[in-house]
Write a protein that binds this ligand. Structure first.
Ligand SMILES: [Zn+2]
Length: 444
């Protein structure tokens, strides 16, 4: 369902021209109102908005790191010097669930908040949902930006049934009694529910849920994971993705299930960069790189060239749904990337290849680098869990190793272990395990 057909189907080059004008205006606003960016740009040789130029020149500007924003906070500036709007105009202050203990604050004006909800509505609307459907969600919005995404549901004409996270019984009861057509949750939670359904003999494929919208972590776009979820639920799985500092849901997958369309068009500009060199990567079919975002029409605390640490693959080819924005799939976190003899390797990509061998393997995988840091010497140790306790199928280790080499151009040493060996508590962190890294980082 196109939310804003004229905008969502506008040729991408025309979008770029509009965005260039918005960008120049945003840069002027930053020089006027943002202590953080006025100082940063001036220190980097850009004394005026005119010296910054337009979107074609954006690569010359410095990137912005999350840590810089954090360091700009003080008693005088509790939100940070990137706060650009007068506090009287701020209507919402979200926090991020920062891992460092102190939250980062994200101030939004009424206009910012509305733009976030519009963006989220485009993002979720792409999934094919229909007005009048019921959606059950398991996100605990609380202080977090997810709240703005949930605000998009009534705007889409949906009946929203929030059940919060970590309450499986309440969720299963809501599905049984209220019969929602849509489930919104993280992919790992959808998988967890599928396992519980199997244990209890629930008939999930014949439940009311026909559509699962996953967000909050990568995984929902990996073919094997998606197939597993779709089979377990008898439902279509589509992904959405955003980033708290920029906009809660910036990307949303359509019914073609071939990557998430950019739903932040007009509000946000995105670039791809090589995370190692910081150089721009051209937006071409199949290109990969880290996503970097720039606000175009933001007031609260607009950001310029903000590094997301999300590494993505891009598709620019036309999509049958009519949306003209490029599509992405998140491959992993730049922070999780390893470089093995010059080749970028993401743990999630290794897992994806291993998952081709289901049902012989459970899909639970652990990458165990031998050295600390990003650079690794081959072979890379990969621990793969088997589904059956008996002897592994003959040749399986060699087949997986050769498949990984053919797909990812990296040599691995696969260790097959009995079922239940690897921890399951934290789906996100267990993929990369540095506990066996004894040596220091390898030199160039
Ligand atoms: Zn599409």
């Amino acid at each position: 369902m196109l939310q804003e057909p004229e905008i969502e189907t506008l040729p991408w080059l025309e979008q770029r021209a509009k965005d260039d004008a918005s960008y120049r205006e945003q840069v002027r606003y930053l020089y006027d109102r943002s202590e953080f960016f006025r100082s940063k740009l001036t220190a980097n040789g850009f004394p005026t908005p005119e010296s910054v130029g337009g979107l074609d020149e954006i690569e010359a500007l410095p990137l912005t790191e999350k840590d810089e924003l954090r360091r700009s906070r003080s008693d005088a500036y509790p939100i940070g010097t990137q706060l650009a709007a007068p506090l009287e105009e701020v209507v919402r202050i979200f926090s991020t669930s920062g891992t460092t203990g102190i939250p980062s604050y994200i101030p939004l004006t009424a206009g910012d908040l509305d733009n976030w909800i519009r963006t989220s509505a485009r993002s979720y609307g792409a999934s094919g949902l229909r007005k009048g459907e019921r959606i059950v969600s398991t996100y605990n919005a609380g202080p977090f930006v997810a709240g703005a995404a949930l605000d998009a549901f009534p705007r889409l004409g949906l009946c929203h049934i929030p059940v919060g996270s970590g309450n499986t019984e309440r969720l299963l009861a809501a599905i049984k009694l209220l019969k929602p057509q849509i489930l919104a949750c993280t992919p790992s939670y959808a998988l967890h529910l599928a396992e519980i359904g199997q244990e209890r003999g629930l008939d999930l494929p014949n439940s009311s849920v026909k559509r699962i919208m996953v967000a909050g972590e990568p995984g929902g776009g990996e073919p094997a994971m998606r197939e597993k979820l779709q089979n377990a639920w008898g439902a279509t799985v589509t992904e959405a993705m955003g980033i708290g500092d920029i906009s809660v849901s910036l990307w949303g997958e359509c019914e073609e299930q071939h990557g998430m369309h950019f739903s932040g068009r007009g509000f946000v500009h995105f670039e791809l960069i090589d995370p190692q060199t910081g150089k721009q990567v051209a937006l071409e079919e199949g290109a990969t790189g880290e996503l970097v975002y720039t606000h175009l029409r933001h007031r609260g605390a607009p950001l310029l060239r903000f590094r997301s640490r999300d590494h993505a693959m891009v598709w620019t080819s036309p999509c049958r749904c009519g949306r003209t924005s490029p599509r992405v799939r998140c491959i992993g976190r730049t922070d999780d990337m390893l470089i093995v003899r010059g080749v970028n390797v993401f743990p999630s990509a290794v897992r994806e290849v291993v998952n081709r061998y289901a049902p012989a393997v459970t899909g639970v995988v652990s990458i165990r680098p031998a050295a600390k840091g990003v650079r690794q010497a081959p072979p890379l140790k990969v621990v793969v869990e088997l589904t059956d306790a008996g002897a592994p199928p003959s040749g399986l280790k060699e087949k997986i190793e050769s498949d990984i080499r053919a797909t990812l151009v990296v040599t691995t040493d696969v260790h097959l272990v009995p079922p239940g060996t690897l921890p399951r508590s934290d789906y996100k962190s267990r993929l990369l395990d540095f506990s066996e890294a004894s040596k220091e980082t390898l030199g160039e």
